[in-house]
Every structure is written in C-alpha cells, then in structure tokens.
Design a protein around this ligand. Structure first.
Ligand code: A3P
Length: 381
C-alpha cells in the first residue's frame, strides 16, 4: 500500500489476471485481488484506526477462516457482551460467522462512504484476508492482537476449487481442475500467492509472538482442546473450566454450524454465495480424493521450495492424517473426539502410529498398553 495512505489507484494500469474463468483479478505489490477488494483494502488502509484492544483475525482463503471467526467470537462473547454480543446468547445460531466477524476488505470498506467504526464498543473483532504488507499501519503499530490461521496448501486448493464450483450451473459442471491448479500454483487467485501470504504472517509471528498467534487448521482439527485453550489465553480470556472449553468447541464444530438453519439457507450478500458453501467436509487430507499424483508432487515441491529455511511445516500434519487412513481411525469428522478421548486415558493417534511402525515386527505394544490400562481401571471396559 502507499506509504502516504493514498486511495488513488488506477486499476487499469495494474497487471491483470483471472481465476475460474470470469473472476477478474488485479495485481498490486505482488498480491492478487478482486478489483473491489483492492479498492476496499486501500480505503481500509486510509481509514481503519486500530485500537489496542482490537482483535484482528487473518487468513488466506479456505484455510478455516470461518471456524476461527466462530471460535474467537465465542471466546470473546463469554467475557464481553458489547459489540461482540450478549453473553449466553447463541448468536452463532442466528447468523453466519462472517456476520459477527466482518472482513475488513470484503464487508466493511466496500461501503461508500467508508463506515465510521469509532462508535463500536471495545473490544472489536474483525477479520481480513489482506497480506500483512497491505495492513493499515495502525494495525501494525497498535497493540492490537492478531490471530492467523493457515492450512496445508493441497487441502486449501481443493477446498477453494469446491467452493468456487458451487457458483457454477449443472450445465457448466466443475471448472477444469488443471486450470484452477495452475492458477493456484502461480498464486493467481484472491489474495494469492498463498505462500507469500503465509510467510509474511509466519515471519511476523516469530518476531512478535505476543502480537500474532499463528495457528494451523490441522492442529485445531487434531487437538481442538489444547489449541482453543491456547487461543483463549492469547486473547486474554482463559477458560475457567474444562466443561466450558468442551462446550465452546462443540458449538463451533463443523457439524453444528453446517446444520444450523441460518447456514443451510442463507446467502452471503457480499459475494453472492450460499452460506452452506462455507461448510463442506473439513477433512485433513481430502486433497487425495481430487489431486493427481503429479499435481500432488508438484505442489509438494513448490511447498518445500517456498518454505525452505522458514521453520514452517505445512505438510507434516497432512502426512500423519494420510498414515492414519486405512487404520480404521477417523479423527477428522468429530472435533470433539480428542476431548472425549482425553478423559479416557486412551491415545488413538499414538496407538495408530505405533501399530503402523510395528507392523510385521511381531511386537504388540499397543495391545499391551491397553491391557495395562484395563488392569489399572483407567482404560476402556
Ligand atoms: P473443506 O472445503 O476442506 O471442507 P474458510 O472458512 O476459510 O472459507 O475455509 C473453509 C474450509 O473450512 C472448508 O474446508 C470448510 O468445510 C472448513 N470449515 C468451516 N467451518 C468449519 C468448522 N467449524 N470446523 C472445521 N472446519 C470448518
């Protein structure tokens, strides 16, 4: 963005591209935007005045933004009331998460004239898809906290492909996977390139861990309880008891949100998409059902090249998930499984990995462990 905060841009002079055939994009400072999002981003840059107690969520597209919105909104609502919402009201049942946590460049600053947010009660909660480099200076300079969520790039791409396919008619059918994949690899999609986006926030989170919490979708999926506690502590709203965190995880689960009337029927007026399109499978490793081995290999190569030396690993979690496939375990469908198992003293993830490693060795450590647990009276009946 312009250092002087200028809102004057000449869209016609910017490099152009498109995603999914007819979604026009323009490139600015290395990132791709829908033209109206870029205009809004520039208005946001000029007008948004962050407060020290604001919370800004950030993400690339299709990495779990709405899950993060639901979780943070619920965590804040427990303590606050005010603009975040009245305590104890089931507000997620009334509106889609993006209504409660508005995206700055999609919902807030697309309004003309720009809205006056100064009357909002603190603490305010917003979301953005903007890269770190395009954030308003006030967000960077104030003490406001940020939470960034990312996801394995292969699942991100596949989620995106499904999402934009919901805009197409049955006659049109799915958009050619190869073309969408090419755009993704080249970074030509809304708020792309993916890796530049992720790395900007990753690097800032390393520099300022007190300001930016960096989360991975897979970690949240695998161990929601620990991750949600971590999130709440970061936001300065730790949980009082275990029941509370379990309930909050249940309330924000994909299964619940997907089945709420408001999300089954509504349409997102800002981008003209059914709300249901935001809640699909939520399966870690779903890319396996869509990508060819060549595509998978290519994206792996790009991922390791881009992330090399950064200390960030976005592939490990998906690999674990892949290993569990065929083991009879499916920990991805039930976000509360971890919570439930925690109490039983049983560790299915560890056991499954052990089984795989010991296969053919004649040793049965898992069985022995379960036997011990049974004898101790802490395991399954
Ligand atoms: P899939 O398409 O893989 O199912 P975003 O919110 O950034 O658009 O991301 C959408 C992805 O998050 C989709 O992934 C969607 O199903 C998943 N998702 C939405 N709500 C979720 C929730 N409460 N828990 C887990 N995953 C969720």
């Amino acid at each position: 963005m312009d250092p002087d905060g200028s809102t004057k841009i000449v869209l016609d002079q910017l490099p152009k591209g498109s995603f999914f055939e007819n979604l026009d994009l323009v490139q600015r400072d290395g990132f791709w935007y829908r033209p109206r999002h870029l205009e809004a981003a520039i208005a946001c840059y000029s007008w948004f005045d962050a407060r020290d107690d604001d919370v800004i969520l950030a993400s690339s597209m299709k990495t779990g933004s709405n899950w993060l919105k639901a979780l943070c909104f619920s965590i804040m609502q427990r303590h606050c009331g005010g603009d975040v919402g009245a305590k104890n009201e089931d507000l997620l049942a009334r509106h889609h998460p993006s209504f409660h946590v508005r995206t700055l460049e999609v919902r807030v600053y697309t309004e003309n004239p720009p809205p006056d947010l100064s009357g909002m009660q603190s603490p305010r909660l917003f979301h953005t898809h903007l890269p770190y480099s395009a954030l308003p200076e006030s967000i960077k300079k104030s003490k406001c906290k940020m939470v960034y969520i990312t996801r394995n790039p292969k699942d991100t791409f596949v989620s995106m492909w499904h999402f934009f396919n919901t805009r197409r008619t049955p006659e049109q059918g799915s958009y050619p996977l190869e073309d969408a994949f090419e755009s993704f690899c080249n970074g030509v999609f809304h708020f792309g390139p993916f890796f530049d986006h992720v790395l900007q926030y990753w690097n800032q989170s390393l520099k300022m861990p007190h300001k930016i919490l960096f989360l991975k979708y897979e970690d949240l999926r695998r161990n929601p309880k620990d991750q949600v506690k971590r999130l709440a502590s970061f936001l300065g709203k730790p949980f009082a008891d275990e029941e509370e965190v379990e309930e909050l995880i249940r309330n924000c689960s994909l299964e619940r949100l997907k089945n709420l009337e408001v999300n089954k029927k509504g349409v997102d007026p800002w981008i003209d998409m059914p709300y249901s399109a935001y809640f699909r499978k939520g399966v870690v490793g779903d890319w396996e059902n869509v990508l060819t081995p060549e595509m998978s290999q290519r994206l792996d190569q790009i991922t390791s090249m881009k992330l090399e030396g950064s200390g960030l690993d976005l592939v490990q979690d998906a690999t674990t998930c892949k290993k569990l496939k065929g083991s009879g375990l499916d920990l991805e469908h039930d976000a509360t499984t971890c919570v439930k198992l925690e109490r039983s003293g049983l560790d299915l993830v560890h056991d499954a990995v052990t089984i795989m490693n010991l296969e053919g060795s004649g040793s049965d450590l898992v069985h022995n462990e379960i036997t011990c647990m049974k004898l101790e009276g802490r395991g399954p009946a």
